[in-house]
Ligand binder design. Structure first.
Ligand SMILES: NC(=O)c1ccc[n+]([C@@H]2O[C@H](COP(=O)([O-])OP(=O)(O)OC[C@H]3O[C@@H](n4cnc5c(N)ncnc54)[C@H](OP(=O)(O)O)[C@@H]3O)[C@@H](O)[C@H]2O)c1
Length: 327
């Protein structure tokens, strides 16, 4: 495979609508594998990138797509961990909406036994984000209590399951009663539908130790007020707005920490470490059936526009997957 060959990729056309176009195949560098992509998944970040609000980090593919599942079709110099024909899923900085993607070999994980490509494509971004931020950034300890705003999101549904497996009681806030019911099924201990019940009435007086917060904005003060002494809030998004007014006294007196965290812009080495720890500590739970992808829907990639519309309308519970090939 060379960079002179062409492949299909799902890109915004001149009117901004997603559709297939012919583009050059990615080149393969030292330490990389070339994957034939069979499935990818939609992330909230894809919607922002399309609008020009979340550009790829320097050197990353301009093509959308932060994760995929597929087959190794070529290995660059220095790759020893994979060989042609291996079925893997991968965390990407971009390029998942292409027929082929080249990726640091260390950012791939084996597809859990019995999983389809669609199921495997739903794993990397959500589980890497939840694992990184709960157990590494926030250093969540056994028994500590967790709040997951947007609990029915791709990241939220992964985080609920990790908390269940790791023995951390977790609670959610969501937009609908249907989403709350699904979060409880997945293992959340309780939750509120925003606008129907306050988080304080659910969680006070105990409060929580850690919050994985993709909402922040107007909700940040409410979230911080729920943290116990030494509590940690990991800020992973600001769907509720990027500005907030805070009671700094509370942060100081209760010794709270607010930790900002993005996955995509981390160094290749940091991501390799994260994927290594995910493979060791989280992946075995998929083969044992304790963890599973939560798949909202699967669209052929020719219908990526409809898949994005579903996510933009906040209709999904868990992951929306794009099937690139027929299997
Ligand atoms: N920092 C990182 O490294 C990182 C990595 C991955 C994802 N993220 C962030 O994590 C969040 C979840 O990503 P995802 O792809 O899993 O999302 P997703 O599956 O698209 O789910 C997002 C959900 O958030 C809720 N929501 C939307 N706007 C909201 C608002 N203004 N206030 C409260 N809730 C709102 C909606 O559910 P309801 O109906 O329940 O409101 C929506 O379905 C996003 O903010 C994303 O950018 C960050």
């Amino acid at each position: 495979m060379t960079d002179k060959l062409l492949m299909d990729a799902c890109l915004p056309d001149k009117n901004g609508r997603l559709g297939l176009a012919r583009v050059p195949c990615p080149a393969l560098s030292d330490g990389e594998v070339l994957l034939r992509v069979h499935a990818t998944a939609v992330n909230r970040a894809d919607l922002l990138q399309r609008q020009g609000l979340y550009p790829p980090p320097p050197g990353a593919s301009e093509i959308l797509g932060l994760e995929c599942a597929g087959v190794v079709v070529a290995c660059g110099p220095g790759v020893s961990e994979w060989q042609e024909g291996d079925q893997v899923c991968a965390l990407l900085a971009g390029g998942g909406y292409g027929e082929y993607v080249s990726i640091d070999a260390r950012h791939c994980l084996p597809i859990p036994p019995g999983y389809s490509f669609a199921e495997a494509a739903a794993l990397p971004e959500a589980f890497a984000t939840a694992w990184l931020n709960l157990y590494q950034e926030a250093r969540l300890q056994p028994g500590e209590r967790v709040l997951l705003p947007a609990g029915a999101s791709g990241v939220g549904t992964a985080a609920i399951q990790l908390c269940r497996v790791m023995g951390n009681p977790c609670f959610v806030s969501v937009g609908t009663t249907g989403k709350l019911a699904r979060c409880l099924e997945l293992g959340a201990k309780g939750g509120v539908v925003r606008g129907q019940q306050s988080l304080a009435s659910l969680l006070k007086p105990e409060g929580v130790d850690v919050i994985l917060d993709p909402v922040a904005g107007d909700c940040l003060a409410e979230h911080l007020a729920l943290l116990r002494d030494n509590g940690r809030l990991v800020l992973i998004g600001f769907m509720g707005g990027r500005e907030a007014s805070l009671d700094l006294g509370r942060i100081l007196v209760r010794r709270l920490r607010i930790i900002g965290s993005t996955l995509r812009s981390r160094s290749a080495g940091d991501k390799a470490e994260l994927i290594g720890s995910l493979g060791m500590q989280v992946w075995p739970h998929f083969s044992q059936g304790a963890l599973a992808p939560v798949i909202d829907s699967v669209f052929p990639w020719t219908e990526a526009e409809a898949a994005h519309a579903r996510v933009a309308a906040n209709l999904n519970i868990g992951k929306v997957v794009l099937q690139v090939t027929g299997n």
